[in-house]
Structure formats: C-alpha cells, structure tokens
Design a protein around this ligand. Structure first.
Ligand SMILES: NC(=O)c1ccc[n+]([C@@H]2O[C@H](COP(=O)([O-])OP(=O)(O)OC[C@H]3O[C@@H](n4cnc5c(N)ncnc54)[C@H](O)[C@@H]3O)[C@@H](O)[C@H]2O)c1
Length: 257
C-alpha cells in the first residue's frame, strides 16, 4: 500500500481487538501511531511490544465520548508530530438486546460511544486536516448495512456511522478540503467485543447465537482482527486516493449471501 511510511496516525479503541491489530499494522508499515483507549494497562503492553520491534507508537488515555478532550488530543498530536494524516474512529461497544428488551440506558450509551464519538472525532480531525489533507476511516459494521435483530441499538448506531461518513466525505469534497472520509463494515470478528457480548447471554442462548452467526458466514469462520486491519490501512493509504464516501464491506460474504 502506498504512502503509509511516516504517516501520523491516531487510532481509537486501540487496546483490544480490531484497534490493536490496526495499530500494529500501521506501526509495522512505518507510520507514527498515537494509540488511544480507556484501558491504560493493555495499551501500555501494546506500546511496549511494538516499540521493542522498532515501532513508532505511543499510548494516550482517551475516553472518546469526552468532547473537550478531542480537540486537545489532536492539537497535541499536531504540535508534536507536525500534522495529522489519518484518524481511525474505531472505539465501539455492543450491548445485546432486541427492540423489546433494549433499555433506553443501553441505547444512549451505545449512541454516545458508537456515534457521538465519531461525530466529535471527525469534526476535530477535519479542523486540523483542512489545510494539508488526510484520511478518516470510521469503523462501522455490517450491522450498518443489514438488520441484526439481537442488537437494536448497535444496528441503529452503525447505520448512523455509515451516513455520517458519507455526509462528512461530501462536505470535505465540496469545500475543496483534501480529506477523504470512508467507513469500513466488518462482519463478525474474533475480538473481546463479540465474546463478551455473547458471554452476557445464558449459555444455551449464546451457543445458539454463535451457531446461527456461523451458519450465515459463507466462508464458515469469523474474521481475524488482522483481516479487518489491512483494509483499514488500505482506506487510509494513498492507494485509496480516489475513494471517499465509500462503505467498504469486509465480511467473508455475510451480506452477499
Ligand atoms: N468484533 C466484531 O465482530 C465487529 C464487527 C463489526 C464492527 N466492529 C466494530 O469494530 C470496532 C472495534 O471492535 P472490536 O471488536 O475490536 O471491540 P473490542 O471490544 O475488542 O475493542 C474495543 C476497544 O474500544 C475501547 N473503548 C470502548 N469504549 C471506549 C471509550 N468510551 N473510549 C475509548 N475507548 C473505548 C475498549 O476499551 C476496547 O479496547 C467497534 O467500533 C465495533 O463496533 C466489530
């Protein structure tokens, strides 16, 4: 992929799962990565592991729902690295619940973490990328494309991320900002998000849910986090220079079936 070496990259939700794999892939490609998360200990382990390999990585505590912290974080990155080239809005949560069961509290929390943070991050990134350009990759989900009856709030949140991405992409293009904004739509991926969500179900129900998911995946397995990280890098790279407002599906054929 073109132009990843020496890019200055921020990845949110970087301590686990897809974010962790994305940080590692950027670092191994030569980018300078600012990895953010709430989980400082797990973040420190990742940073130590990648620095030992020669990676240019730093870990910063960030709650993506903290509106005031966003401009501060990105201004600090620009002050120390000279610019921001890439923002990956990856942090997200999934709370199991169908439309009859899901509580208003679950709905609000999901919206805050999955949608409001992407709004805040995208807005703050545009402000610092407007002059020199950059790429924003928002991690949505196939739940932003098709229904997932067990995840009412999550379903709605990822649909919102898809359209917010398109909105920001059009805004930047029409204002002549050299900023590309795209979303990625992973299918079920083997991360703590999935195992923890299934873990909240009674054992038999969880087993049935897992079997049902697998039966809908044509390739017959979950994605590895690394298999989502690589397409994220592609969208962020200069190889995707003509892509903006796209919703890239990476799902082992789930939504094609
Ligand atoms: N795993 C999947 O099957 C799957 C499928 C499609 C989309 N996604 C999306 O990919 C993204 C990453 O998911 P994952 O599976 O790697 O999840 P994960 O739970 O393994 O990791 C998510 C990370 O986000 C962090 N995080 C959560 N709330 C945060 C907050 N308020 N501020 C900062 N960090 C916070 C967590 O601490 C964790 O490190 C999410 O947006 C998720 O919706 C996941």
């Amino acid at each position: 992929m073109k132009g990843l070496a020496d890019k200055v990259v921020v990845v949110t939700g970087a301590a686990r799962g897809i974010g962790r794999a994305t940080v590692a892939a950027f670092a191994r490609g030569g980018s300078a990565v600012v990895a953010t998360d709430l989980l400082s200990d797990e973040l420190s382990e990742l940073v130590a592991e990648l620095r030992a390999e020669g990676g240019k990585v730093e870990g910063v505590y960030q709650d993506v729902t903290d509106a005031a912290a966003w401009p501060r974080l990105l201004a600090d990155v620009v002050a120390r690295h000279g610019r921001l080239d890439v923002l990956v809005n990856n942090a997200g949560i999934a709370i199991i619940g169908n439309i009859e069961e899901q509580t208003l509290e679950d709905w609000r929390l999901t919206s805050k973490v999955n949608v409001e943070s992407v709004f805040l991050g995208t807005q703050a990134a545009i402000a610092v990328m407007r002059q020199n350009g950059g790429a924003i990759v928002n991690v949505a989900s196939i739940a932003g494309n098709v229904g997932e009856p067990n995840l009412a709030a999550y379903n709605a949140s990822k649909g919102a991320v898809k359209l917010l991405t398109i909105n920001a992409a059009l805004h930047c293009a029409r204002h002549g900002y050299p900023i590309r904004v795209n979303s990625i739509h992973p299918g079920y991926t083997d991360t703590p998000l999935v195992s923890n969500a299934i873990g909240t179900m009674p054992e038999e129900e969880g087993g049935k849910f897992t079997a049902e998911i697998l039966s809908h995946i044509p390739v017959g397995r979950l994605a590895l986090p690394e298999e989502i990280a690589e397409p994220i890098l592609f969208l962020a790279s200069d190889s995707a220079s003509y892509m903006t407002g796209s919703a890239l599906i990476v799902d082992g054929g789930y939504t094609a079936a």
